[in-house]
Design a protein around this ligand. Structure first.
Ligand code: PMP
Length: 404
């Protein structure tokens, strides 16, 4: 792997109005900055073309409906879904997972059934399952990690039994950047008759994703980590699974006919989108997908891989730094410094215009497995370059000087 990022620079910093010169924004795993084209799409939607969707008899609303549904088509194409009808717009990955828990799992799973998770999951891929498991008498098992911080698929395969009905795993760890072999996980889940849900939050901004080729059954992600707006996300599921899922929330838009003698529901995906949706969020997400595809996910992945290699190489030269996760992590590097709280690392780096995340990253069970209370995390995006890594390393050297 080449460390020479300069041979393939993305050089997209100028596209991002909220990143001032000299600021190293290294917190994209929490949320990505927005390119001007996304800001423009949102401004245009509210400032020029705004109207509701699905109900209006007037032209403006019909046009907005077309734009909203075009965003759904765009998402379907982006992740290789068979049809736009397989795309449910939600508030984010968290809501997507809760929807699957409360619509699919609550109706398909019961006492005696088991769900398999992994030690590195984000709380949003743990807590909804714990809540539904407690309600329905379902057991939860936790797959361990390999020494370098990947979900241990040998263990997953060994742990699975016919009682397992669902396996729910992160495609890319938000702490370690480790990438899951989704196709292998899907094969393992299907071999015992279980479904595979993939939390794609950290994968869609940094890897090409094709749900058909991956072979999973559910895929969720948030728009705001993909350079799009907050408040919009996606649940994809196989059409035959969506077809057996009852509504989760009731209200306008999700019905076929309402009467006090009985209400019937719209087919998917409308059945799962009660109320006025985040219309402008969907349009902003459309613009964000156009933006990342304009660069190319392969190019983004190569760029971030080179930044990870540069960061790991430089940080490993500093004696007191402990690096977590595998060498080939996707866009994310977690580390700790002996005797220094990660919050202090973050604060000192901030004084040098370097923004990282410090804490448990909504992955407390993973912190437990790593034997730390928290880590410092640098995560990359299309606007980062070698100078940001240099600034990070300089900041870390300053931390080690301050703390002796
Ligand atoms: N899963 C992973 C791996 C994440 O990184 C995040 C966000 N940190 C989530 C789920 C939850 O996403 P959101 O808060 O946008 O719903």
């Amino acid at each position: 792997m080449s460390l020479d990022v300069a041979t393939r620079p993305l050089d997209r910093l100028a596209d991002f109005p909220a990143i001032p010169a000299g600021w190293a924004y290294l917190d994209t795993a929490a949320t990505a900055q927005k390119p001007q084209v996304v800001v423009d799409a949102i401004t245009r939607a509210y400032g020029e073309t705004y109207a509701t969707v699905h109900r209006g008899v007037y032209q403006r609303s019909a046009d907005m409906t077309l734009a909203y549904e075009a965003a759904r088509e765009r998402v379907a194409g982006f992740i290789g879904a068979g049809s736009a009808d397989e795309i449910v717009f939600v508030r984010g990955a968290t809501e997507g997972i809760n929807l699957v828990a409360y619509s699919w799992a609550a109706n398909q799973l019961g006492p005696g059934n088991r769900i398999l998770l992994s030690q590195l999951e984000h709380h949003s891929n743990i807590v909804p399952w714990q809540m539904i498991a407690a309600e329905r008498g379902i057991a939860i098992d936790v797959a361990p990690l390999t020494a370098d911080g990947r979900i241990d698929l040998d263990s997953v395969e060994a742990m699975l039994t016919p009682e397992h009905k669902l396996v729910a795993l992160a495609h890319v760890s938000n702490v370690l950047g480790s990438v899951l072999d989704v196709a292998r996980a899907a094969k393992a889940a299907h071999s015992v008759g279980a479904k595979l849900l993939v939390d794609g939050c950290q994968a869609v901004p940094r890897l090409p994703v094709d749900v058909g080729a991956l072979g999973c059954d559910f895929y969720v992600f948030s728009g705001h980590k993909l350079y799009g707006p907050t408040g919009i996300g996606v649940l994809w599921a196989r059409p035959e699974i969506l077809a057996v899922m009852p509504p989760w929330q009731g209200g306008g838009s999700m019905i076929d006919r309402v009467s006090f003698s009985g209400t019937t529901f719209a087919p998917p995906p409308g059945r799962f989108e009660a109320g006025t949706p985040h219309i402008v969020g969907a349009l902003g997400l459309h613009a964000a997908i156009d933006y990342v595809e304009g660069i190319g996910l392969e190019a983004i992945h190569a760029h971030e891989t080179a930044l990870v290699a540069q960061a790991r190489e430089a940080l490993s030269q500093i004696n007191s730094v402990r690096l977590f996760g595998p060498e080939d992590a996707a866009g994310i590097v977690s580390f700790a410094i002996e005797g220094v709280h990660p919050h202090d690392i973050g604060t000192i780096l901030d004084e040098g215009q370097v923004a990282i995340r410090a804490g448990h990253h909504c992955a407390q069970p993973l912190m437990e497995a790593l034997g730390v209370a928290a880590t410092a995390r640098a995560s990359f995006g299309v606007y980062n370059g070698p100078a940001d890594i240099d600034a990070l390393v300089k900041g870390i050297q300053r931390v080690t000087r301050i703390f002796g």
